[in-house]
Every structure is written in C-alpha cells, then in structure tokens.
Design a protein around this ligand. Structure first.
Ligand SMILES: Nc1ncnc2c1ncn2[C@@H]1O[C@H](COP(=O)(O)OP(=O)(O)OP(=O)(O)O)[C@@H](O)[C@H]1O
Length: 309
C-alpha cells in the first residue's frame, strides 16, 4: 500500500492555486513539496496545514493505493507531459484524440491543422474554406483537458472530475456565452441524441450519482465495464452539449486507471461507433468490437514507442 496525493493536486487546479502558490502560503520547504509530488510520506502537520488552508478533510487530498503493477503508459504520458517532449506517445495521443474526438462531434479541422495548432499554436486557414473559431478553441481546450485527465487518471471517477472535463472543453466557446448553457455543470434544458430521448435535466444528478455508485463499487473493472459505463453516460447525456467528448475522455481515463490499454475512436469508424451505441441494449457486440479494434490500433502505437526502445 502507498499514499497518493492526487486529490490535493486536483483540488489545487480546481481552485486555481499553483504548487508554488501553496508552498508560499504555507511556508513549506521545497523538500516537502517534492515529497508531495512524488507521493512520499510527509509530516502530519503538513497535512493539517493544507486541510486548514483548503478547508477540506485529509481524505479529500490523500488516498491509499493498493499494490498494483506499475502503469508504464501512464508514467510515460506524465513524464513526457512534464518534459513537454515532442514526437513521443504523449504528443501523438494529444493530436489523435483531439482530432478524432472533435471531428466525430462535427469539427471541420483536419488532422494536420490540429497538429499545427498543437505544435506551433498557429493555424493554416484555407481561403476557400471558412474555419470556425469554436473548432479552434475546442481543439486547444481538448489539449488542456487531456492534461487534466492525466493528472487525475488514478483517482476514482467523480462528478467533479466529469464536470471539470466539461468546463475545460467548453470554456470560451460561443456556447459558453449563452446564459442558459451551463459550462462545467449539468444541462438546464432537455436534449435528444439522434432520435433518442435522454434523461430530463431534473433527474440528471440522481442518475449520474447512481451510475457512479454502481460503477465505483465494482471490485475490479474491466473493459466491458468501462464500455457499459460509456453507454449509460451517453444515454443520460448529462451536459447540454459536449457529452460525446466528455464521455470519450472518461473512457481514456478509466482505461489508464485500471491498467487497460486505452483507445481512440477514430472518426473513420464513427458510424460503427454510433451503431454500437444505438444497438447496445439489444446487442453489446457492435460497440465492444468497435472499441476493441480501436484498442488494437492504440496497442500498435504503444508497441512502436515501447518495444523498439
Ligand atoms: N443512439 C445513441 N445512444 C447513446 N448515445 C449516443 C447515441 N448516438 C450517439 N451517442 C453519443 O452522443 C454523442 C453525440 O451527442 P450530441 O450529438 O448530442 O453531441 P454532444 O453532446 O455535443 O457530444 P459531442 O461531444 O460528440 O459533440 C456521440 O458522440 C455519442 O457518444
């Protein structure tokens, strides 16, 4: 068993406090900050001071982990993210996930344009083809959301993580300027997906809590559980918009958390993915097969980066 401080780092992010900011406020030494970052034991007094500052309980900032095999993919993603390494699996995943997840939703940006935004923070606009400002903002937001997802990958899935995914993805978009559109919160108005009715706004919170409770109390979670969660989440459709992207970010997070090879549903397979969701109540195989073949593609990517070392 070991200690993890994921809760602390999530809470700092949610409150807009940097690690240096916390260090200064509490007068912590650099050695203590390094211990927190490396999930090593710190004095109880440090935990007390942090809880007093953040007005929370120790269980909100730290948790015990069971001994499980090291999660190589997650460690590499974290390391390359911190190093801002170019050309590695983190960089590739950022571009492929943002491009495909936004493209499924209807973004008109190409994979090359997505890569350009990621690598140079610029975009080549074609004179004969207008580019939507929202597509660009949502692409940049997706990169940030992926980083947040890596930070909280090992934490239990909660409402606040899901809402934070939504807040990051939709911040600064034209939707966020509509007064009825709740960025980072559940929908205020009923919505449909395709021709299917979704959960009414007043019932969303209860349904999501029930879903999370049933999911999180499972003793062990496998890929079928994660896919089932995705189907149920999309059926509830808790947010006004952006449910597909939030749902696919959760898929990636939960695979990382449970040491399962993650996957990116690519836009070429969008129709199979949609059919899989539609048919899921009668035949689970379509959605499962779509996810498993996407997983095979990500496994190939991992092989390239890890087995050629
Ligand atoms: N028949 C279905 N049953 C359940 N979920 C579905 C079904 N069809 C599509 N979905 C999910 O709904 C998402 C699209 O929902 P919608 O068109 O309302 O856009 P959204 O909420 O903005 O999500 P996105 O992030 O994809 O834009 C799809 O990406 C998919 O995850």
């Amino acid at each position: 068993m070991g200690i993890r401080y994921d809760g602390l780092f999530i809470m700092l992010k949610e409150n807009g406090i940097t690690k240096t900011g916390l260090q200064k406020r509490l007068g912590l030494s650099s050695a203590t900050m390094a211990k927190l970052s490396k999930n090593e034991n710190v004095a109880m007094k440090v935990i007390e001071d942090i809880c007093r500052e953040l007005k929370c309980q120790p269980g909100d900032i730290m948790s015990m982990t069971s001994d499980s095999p090291p999660n190589k993919l997650l460690s590499v993603l974290k390391e390359e993210k911190e190093m801002k390494l170019k050309g590695g699996i983190y960089h590739q995943t950022q571009i492929k996930l943002a491009y495909n997840s936004n493209r499924i939703e209807g973004s008109m940006l190409s994979e090359d344009q997505t890569r350009y935004i990621y690598e140079t923070n610029t975009i080549e606009v074609k004179a004969d083809k207008p580019t939507k400002v929202d597509d660009i903002i949502e692409t940049v937001n997706h990169f940030q959301c992926f980083d947040y997802m890596i930070d909280c990958a090992e934490s239990e899935l909660t409402e606040s993580i899901m809402k934070e995914f939504h807040r990051i993805l939709k911040s600064g978009t034209s939707d966020s300027r509509k007064d009825w559109f709740r960025v980072g919160d559940y929908k205020a108005r009923p919505n449909v997906v395709g021709d299917m009715r979704t959960t009414a706004p007043a019932k969303v919170q209860g349904e999501i809590r029930k879903l999370l409770e049933e999911y999180n109390e499972k003793k062990s979670i496998n890929i079928d559980d994660i896919i089932e969660f995705h189907y149920r989440f999309e059926t509830i459709h808790p947010f006004q918009d952006g449910n597909g992207r939030v749902g696919r970010m959760i898929l990636f997070k939960e695979c990382l958390r449970h040491h399962i090879i993650p996957f990116i549903i690519d836009e070429e397979h969008k129709l199979y993915y949609y059919r899989g969701l539609k048919e899921y109540p009668n035949e689970r195989g379509y959605l499962t097969d779509t996810c498993l073949s996407a997983q095979d593609r990500y496994r190939e990517l991992m092989k390239y980066f890890f087995e050629e070392e």
